[in-house]
Every structure is written in C-alpha cells, then in structure tokens.
Write a protein that binds this ligand. Structure first.
Ligand code: PGA
Length: 249
C-alpha cells in the first residue's frame, strides 16, 4: 500500500517569522494525523526555523531546489549536504517555474536527481506539459521524455516521488479533471514499470499538482493512481492546507 503524500510548495512566500506563525497554527490540526504523510517545502531561509518546530513531529521538510555539485564557487547555490544538515528529507526538482524562468533542463534535472539520491535525500521530480503541448495532444510524449531523461543511467530511484503538474494548471485556478490526471498517472506508472520493474511501479508515489484546493482535492485524490498532491497557493494557509490533507482517502 502506498502512503499518500501531501506536500506544500511555498515557492517564494513566507519569511522565517511567517513560517513560525504558520506552523504554530498548523501543528495542532495535524497532531494525530495518520492518513497521509505531510511535507512542507518553504524557502531556504525558513528551513532552519521550520525544522526546529517540526523535528519531533511526523511532518517532513523539503527544499525547492538544489545544486548538483558538492561545494565550490557557485554563488547563490545550495548543496545537498547543506539541505540535509538543515533537516530536509525531500527536494523538489524540475519544477516548471525552474524550467521556465531559471534554465532548468532535463540534463540538469538528471544531475540533481543523481546527487540527491546519493546524499540520501528524496527527490520530488516534477513533470508536465504546457497548454500548447496538450492542445496538440503531445502530453504523454512530453512527460515520457521528461521522465526518461530525468532517470537516465539511474538504476535505483529509491523512494523518488513523481509530481505530475500540468503547466497550464499551476497557479491558474484551472485544475486537470480527475480523469485527465488519472490517465496521465496511470501512463506514468506503466512507464516506470517499463523503465524499471513492476515492483518499483507499484511502490512509486505519483502525486498531482496544479490548482489543488479544498474544493477539488477529494475527487482528484480518489483516483486509483493518484497518491497525494503537491500544493502551491492553497498550502500557504493552515486551514486550506489541512482541508486538502483531510481529502486523502
Ligand atoms: P498551485 O501550485 O497549487 O498554486 O497551482 C502547484 C505547484 O506549483 O507545485
């Protein structure tokens, strides 16, 4: 049985003080949660304070990106070791905003995944097609290529999570329908089976992201191959994030 994962991707929101306030309000809601695994991915500057507050709970900490080198003259970059020592468990890799605005390519995604896995962190690999690609019915081809390249020459993907995030659904208020999402998740699971084996395909968690909110989460999460969500905007408020977590069946 795959344990669902609901992860909050805070993007460039919340100072350390705002992070502290969020967690003070949020932690009482989830004290006895056993339904889903919960993670928050705040900005780097909030990792320390968040770790202090959640280290004795079951909530996991994640970062939003990482550099693939161990250390060196890479101004502005953060290494896996720095993230691990800050209490991180997950690292989001290949988010569409990184791909669109910050020169992330399938090659850099591949380097980052290798480094993250070798540092005993867990990648959350983001994949998804643009609206133009979907309008041309290329979504499966695109996602297949992104996944094949991300995992190139990797034999053991460990606990890696895949987040299917159609670019046209991110931050737009327009979510994929449960059927569209299920179709893609099922396609991704079959692809994982062909790239690795059945055991890996049954074990891997494939989560959905893109305009998840309390109003649509239940229907999306009820689909067979959808193992939780990566939540942007709606994870910034304790009550809406909690309502989405509660929607996991
Ligand atoms: P959204 O973002 O929930 O605000 O659409 C999701 C994401 O970018 O991970």
């Amino acid at each position: 049985m795959r344990k669902p994962l609901v992860a909050g991707n805070w993007k460039m929101y919340k100072t350390p003080k705002e992070t502290e306030e969020f967690l003070k309000a949020f932690l009482p809601f989830v004290q006895n949660n056993e339904i889903a695994e919960i993670a928050i991915c705040p900005p780097y500057t909030s990792l320390y304070i968040a770790h202090q507050q959640i280290k004795d709970t079951s909530i996991k900490l994640g970062a939003q990106d990482v550099h693939w080198e161990d250390e060196g003259a890479f101004t502005g970059k953060i290494s896996c070791k720095m993230l691990r020592d800050s209490g991180c468990h997950y690292v989001i890799i290949g988010h569409s905003e990184q791909r669109t605005y910050f020169y992330e390519t399938d090659e850099t995604v591949n380097k980052k995944i290798k480094k993250v896995l070798s540092n005993h962190l867990v990648p959350i690999l983001c994949v998804g097609e643009t609206l133009e690609q979907r309008n041309q019915n290329q979504q499966k081809e695109i996602v297949k290529m992104q996944i094949e390249k991300a995992f190139q020459t990797i034999k053991d993907i460990g606990e890696t999570v895949i987040a299917y995030e159609p670019v046209w659904a991110i931050g737009t208020g327009i979510n994929a329908t449960p059927e569209q999402a299920q179709e893609m998740h099922n396609f991704i699971r079959s692809l994982i089976q062909s790239l690795f084996n059945q055991e890996v395909a049954e074990k891997i968690r494939i989560i959905y992201g893109g305009s998840l909110k309390p109003e649509n989460a239940k229907e999306i999460f009820s689909q067979k191959d959808i193992d939780g969500g990566l939540v942007g905007g709606a994870s910034l408020k304790p009550d809406s994030f909690y309502k989405i977590i509660q929607s996991v069946i």
